[in-house]
Design a protein around this ligand. Structure first.
Ligand code: PHE
Length: 458
């Protein structure tokens, strides 16, 4: 039997829409909803937004389309896609980095996913996630995440939700589900945004987000730090620097236009982030709360806001948690796909067996991260630690290496040809090449160094 025949047929997206929804599903996640609105507000409002758009256009677009192009060019999982010869030996250090980062990220992403399942179910069951005895929401959240049994149970539920999709493969699993979840997320988000802007005092929240504020730039460590924030946010939000786009790119058919599709992903991802800001900040300000980000915003502040809306608040809460759950679900699926595709193709296990094998490993690490939320168990918050290691070290490092790989191992001529397949954007391709060779590596190096210097800043 020839080599070609022995090789298993790789998955492929069945349509442009399916691919875009899956890619947007990966990009739209917690970064858009719990991070972007706060960072934008505290980093200069409209000034940050303009900077962010420029960075997404110059850096985010270049890196994302580069990864898609590498994936399609190599038509392989990350370990094989980044294989190279060093002194006559075949090695894949970048490929293994692209396994390590998703492994660390998904180990904590499933924990947060579990919290989202818990809150969605809690609101659907009619609970307000509000402590009537002292009028707060914080202790409900803390008690839950520190409870070793229940927080682990919900971590496992979320992981099983992801595996249940992934087991069906690219077309019948990821693509099918993303085509439903992403439009649903979008409509729910619009609904919540309309509710938020009609709340009393909503203008304050919109001001926080959109009025240019030089003062907050100065307070936030000046323009360099704001630039750093914007780049870090763009990277995390577009899910670049960890092989997700290489893996998803390897399922794109040759008749697709990579520049156009990438542009669409960038626009939709930024749009969701901005609408999330409009859905969240006016509500927070209207309830007289301080703006916040991360778990504190979603699980503590917003439940306070929902409480002020009475029964209608429960409806809004269900929609809101459902939409974040959809965002986190499709993101976690994309991270797991990097691991599963590599295991499947490197071990010759079936799709089902590879999904279960990866699932079994993440089950263990997910539970460990979940347990670490109780300070008396390990004494170190692994969620926070994994988040920092990946964001501040692994993502920028891998991204620079991916640029170098494209330039020195694949060759810009080849990869540009892949980028331009079915596209007439030759002018754009010239700029893109310049960004991949010079602008992106230099700017990413800057993020890397800043991240190390400001290790403790969040
Ligand atoms: N891009 C996702 C977000 O904005 C996060 C993510 C990170 C997804 C890493 C996949 C991998 O939240």
């Amino acid at each position: 039997m020839s080599d070609l025949m022995e090789k298993k047929q790789r998955g492929a997206w069945s349509s442009k829409f399916g691919f875009i929804m899956a890619a947007v599903g990966s990009a739209v996640g917690l970064g858009n909803i719990w991070r972007f609105p706060y960072i934008a507000g505290t980093s200069g409002g409209a000034l940050f937004l303009i900077l962010y758009v420029v960075i997404v256009a110059v850096l985010g677009f270049a890196m994302l389309s580069l990864e898609f192009a590498i994936g399609r060019y190599k038509n392989a999982n990350v370990v094989d896609a980044f294989r190279m010869e060093v002194r006559g030996k075949k090695v894949s250090p970048i490929g293994w980095l692209c396994m390590l980062t998703p492994f660390l990220i998904v180990s904590y992403y499933t924990v947060i996913g579990g919290w989202l399942v818990k809150y969605t179910v809690g609101y659907i069951a009619g609970g307000g996630m509000f402590d009537e005895s002292n009028g707060t929401t914080a202790n409900i959240f803390t008690n839950f995440i520190e409870d070793p049994l229940w927080s682990s149970v919900f971590t496992v539920i979320f992981l099983v939700m992801c595996l249940a999709v992934l087991i069906f493969g690219v077309k019948k699993g990821i693509e099918k589900v993303s085509k439903i979840l992403m439009p649903a997320l979008f409509f729910m988000l619009i609904f919540v945004a309309v509710v938020a802007v009609t709340m009393p005092n909503a203008g304050e929240g919109l001001k926080f987000l959109f009025v240019p504020d030089f003062g907050s730039v100065a307070e936030n460590g000046g323009i360099l730090n704001v630039l750093n924030n914007a780049m870090g946010q763009a990277f995390f939000s577009l899910s670049v620097g960890m092989g997700i786009a290489v893996t998803y790119g390897s399922y794109i058919k040759k008749d697709q236009n990579i520049p156009k599709n990438t542009l669409l992903v960038c626009v939709l991802d930024s749009l969701v982030a901005i609408i999330a800001g409009i859905a969240i900040m006016p509500a927070v300000f209207s309830a007289g709360l301080e703006p916040n980000k991360g778990a504190g915003l979603v699980f503590v502040s917003l439940p306070m806001v929902f409480k002020t809306l009475g029964n209608f608040g429960i409806v809004v809460a269900v929609l809101f948690f459902l939409l974040i759950l959809f965002a986190a679900w499709t993101s976690a699926i994309s991270i797991l796909e990097v691991l599963i595709a590599s295991v499947e193709e490197k071990t010759k296990l079936s799709r089902k067996a590879s999904t279960l094998a990866v699932g079994a490993v993440i089950l263990v690490t997910g539970i460990i991260v979940s347990l670490s939320q109780n300070p008396s168990i390990f004494g170190v918050d692994l969620l926070d630690l994994f988040d920092k290691i990946t964001n501040k070290i692994l993502l920028p490092l891998t991204s620079i290496l991916i640029c170098l790989f494209a330039v020195f191992k694949i060759g810009m001529k080849n990869i540009k040809q892949e980028f331009l397949l079915n596209s007439e954007a030759t002018g754009l391709a010239k700029f893109w090449e310049f960004s991949v060779k010079y602008i992106s590596p230099v700017l990413i190096l800057f993020v890397f160094v800043m991240g190390l210097i400001f290790w403790n800043a969040t």
